[in-house]
Write a protein that binds this ligand. Structure first.
Ligand SMILES: Nc1ncnc2c1ncn2[C@@H]1O[C@H](COP(=O)(O)OP(=O)(O)O)[C@@H](O)[C@H]1O
Ligand SMILES: [Mg+2]
Length: 240
């Protein structure tokens, strides 16, 4: 569903992403791990079509994100690390806007928007302007907007930053459901515990290069010291 082929991104002489190739199938939750500045956000911005690669290509459901951006973006959702919402819309209006933009039939919007607001405990704030929302509330609203659309490929950049523990738990369950229903999830995260529990496979990026890839069990097996160690220990050692 998400195919990354020999992706490279340079800023001047600096290589932020160096010859990255990855395949994320429908139903998979892929965890993209790496320390600050490793190239995670740059990668996900290229996957979303916001940034152009220097070389290589990205296919979403078979569509090249640079050559066929509309087809690719119809089935793709991107939740950035800094949630952007229109400050002068209410929560309800924002979801209507997303629904209209992505051609969700009106009857379905009318039925599902109140449910989604309820799931994220935003019903009471649904009539408030988004400029009054906290970071976590904006993040939850964006996730609700994504669920309204039912995309086939989802990109998350540090999705749980700013969420309270209850919302994080709910988010994890939603993610498992999304994948179970056949979507591919690409998630950048710092939270190794979440990656270990949730992701079907993970990749570790360090200074722009993919230095490990596989299931958490595979990465543990190949690391010196054997499978008894936590993903955190192995991550810290690999990115020393
Ligand atoms: N627009 C830009 N111009 C120049 N350098 C950038 C730009 N965006 C990111 N970088 C650099 O690329 C590297 C990777 O950044 P980023 O992808 O944001 O890392 P991560 O999300 O893994 O923390 C960093 O060294 C960062 O400073
Ligand atoms: Mg980042």
């Amino acid at each position: 569903m998400i195919k990354i082929e020999n992706l490279t991104k340079t800023f001047g002489a600096f290589k932020a992403v160096d010859n990255l190739s990855l395949d994320i199938a429908a139903g998979e939750i892929f965890g993209f791990l790496g320390p600050n500045g490793a190239g995670k956000t740059t990668t996900v911005k290229i996957l979303s079509g916001i940034m152009k690669p220097a070389s290589g290509r990205v296919l979403v459901g078979g569509y090249d994100i640079v050559e066929s951006p509309l087809e690719a973006k119809k089935i793709l959702a991107y939740i950035p690390d800094e949630p952007f919402v229109y400050p002068k819309l209410t929560g309800f209006e924002f979801l209507r806007f997303i629904g209209d933009l992505y051609c969700v039939p009106y009857g379905e919007q009318a039925a599902r928007i109140p449910q989604l607001l309820d799931i994220f405990e935003l019903s009471a704030a649904g009539g408030e302007l988004l400029e009054a929302y906290s970071h976590g509330m904006k993040q939850k609203l964006l996730i609700a907007g994504v669920l309204l659309r039912k995309p086939k490929a989802l990109l998350f950049d540090e999705p749980t930053v700013g969420l309270d523990p209850k919302s994080i738990k709910r988010f994890k369950n939603l993610l498992l459901n999304i994948a179970k229903n056949g979507a591919a999830v690409f998630m950048c995260t710092h939270i190794l515990d979440m990656a270990e529990k949730l992701c079907t496979s993970v990749g570790i990026i360090y200074r722009g290069s993919l230095i490990a890839k596989g299931t958490v069990a595979e990465i543990k097996n190949m690391a010196p010291g054997g499978p008894g160690r936590s993903l955190e220990e192995i991550f810290l050692e690999l990115t020393e």
